[in-house]
Design a protein around this ligand. Structure first.
Ligand code: ADP
Ligand code: MG
Ligand code: MG
Ligand code: MG
Length: 400
């Protein structure tokens, strides 16, 4: 048993040395803290003599970005490790291998993915990933189906809900995604150039009503074990491989929240193409690639999810004729709504995205911010009327 303390680089090496079956006894190990997130330490431990390496991720008891004034439960490290293990059983090729987990130290030891790049960075550089749609659609279909009442023993599912009660991290989402961006909150970082558009959001009652309902869904609908933070900074990628990391926000919630996170982040990059693309032709081409990827993800997700349901659905009542179609329609509608919420908060909320914020040309950045707000608010307002994924593409196309 160990009591919690935040590890230094030297202590991370000492800890790694004690792990069984990873490194040679007494070999030299190097350690570097490489975390770029807000909430955790990430140590990259390398054994130069063999080239072997691992990642040691340790949760901090507060949010780094705000300082010790924002305490956060260390239980999220247990949740992250347990979610990674469940996701690894369902989609072994799509998450890092977990070598060890020690909840007392809020520590997860996992496969080093340094040969991949963070997808947000890859998209900013204009890379294309032809296998991504299949990979992420399969990740979504399998993790959402097999952890829901559709695809697992329904009494065990109730225990799973309890296993993944994650109040601190859910509150971050409830506040930073579904509340602060819609009011003049001190947690926002409003870019002065778009103050008019942000104030319009603060005064838009139709928008507020939809967000209130989406927030209620986030708080009350324990449909499936969500990743909970599935943006392109939580996806490691290279042409032949996709790995989803960082499920510390995992909890039982509405399935459309995870699908919406993926779409929102592709759309934020779409907005950012105002500045990243070098000319109109390449901009149109890359935007076409991003929208095509969204359509491909939804179509593959829907086909795979329905096929799992038809083959492995556990419940007779859920086979009631017409029910599956209604379920999928509501899921698409949730996906529109949550995509929109995930976009809006990244423009003027607390935590923003490099796809837009790293644009050097201020005019391009402002256009990108307005496009992202335009798409996001339209998706939120349209969510309950959505009937096909093509409508999402139309909304994105019209925002230019
Ligand atoms: P946070 O929850 O703090 O955002 P992440 O799990 O997203 O932590 O990790 C932060 C960063 O650490 C990642 O963006 C990546 O650069 C690095 N990292 C995390 N996990 C791994 C891994 N398995 N292999 C290589 N690098 C990793
Ligand atoms: Mg992260
Ligand atoms: Mg990160
Ligand atoms: Mg995280």
């Amino acid at each position: 048993m160990s009591t919690y303390q935040a590890l230094s680089e030297a202590e991370a090496v000492a800890y790694a040395r004690k792990l069984p079956n990873l490194f040679q006894p007494d070999s030299e190990l190097t350690s570097q803290e490489i975390g770029d997130g807000n909430l955790n330490l990430v140590f990259h431990i390398v054994e130069p003599s063999t080239g072997k390496s691992i990642i040691l991720k340790q949760a901090l008891p507060y949010a780094k970005v705000v300082g010790e004034s924002w305490p956060l439960s260390l239980d999220r490290a247990r949740i992250e490790a347990e979610a990674l293990i469940i996701q690894g059983e369902l989609c072994p090729d799509l998450v890092p291998v977990v070598h060890a987990a020690e909840p007392e130290l809020a520590l997860t030891v996992m496969q080093d993915l340094s040969d991949h790049v963070i997808m947000r960075k890859g998209l900013i550089e204009g890379s294309r990933y032809p296998l991504f749609a299949e990979h992420i659609a399969r990740f979504l279909a399998h993790t959402l189906f097999y952890t829901s009442d559709l695809g697992m023993n329904q009494q065990e599912k109730k225990n799973r809900v309890k296993q993944f009660i994650n109040p601190d991290l859910c509150k971050i989402t409830e506040d930073l995604i579904f509340d602060d961006p819609y009011t003049d909150s001190p947690n926002n970082n409003v870019p002065p150039a778009i103050r008019d558009a942000v104030e319009a959001i603060w005064n838009d009652r139709e928008l507020h009503l939809e967000v209130a309902m989406l927030r209620e869904g986030f708080m009350t609908r324990a449909q499936a074990l969500l990743h909970g933070d599935l943006h392109t900074g939580s996806i490691f990628i290279k042409p032949d491989s996709t790995k989803v990391i960082d499920p510390e926000f995992a909890y039982y919630g509405p399935m459309g929240f995870d699908i919406g996170a993926v779409f929102a982040n592709l759309l934020l990059n779409y907005a950012g193409q105002e500045g990243w693309s070098k000319d109109e032709a390449s901009r149109a081409d890359y935007r076409g690639y991003l929208l095509g990827t969204i359509r491909d993800i939804w179509q593959r997700f829907e086909a795979e999810f329905r096929s799992l349901w038809n083959q492995y659905g556990v419940d007779r009542v859920f086979k009631t004729p017409g029910y599956q179609d209604l379920f999928m329609k509501r899921l698409l509608q949730d996906t529109f709504g949550y995509s929109g919420c995930k976009m809006v908060r990244r423009v003027h909320g607390l935590a923003q995205v490099a796809d837009i914020n790293q644009l050097q040309d201020e005019a391009a950045k402002e256009r990108a911010q307005r496009i992202a707000l335009g798409i996001g608010t339209s998706l939120i307002k349209f969510n309950r009327r959505a009937e096909s994924i093509d409508q999402l593409l139309e909304i994105a196309g019209k925002a230019m």
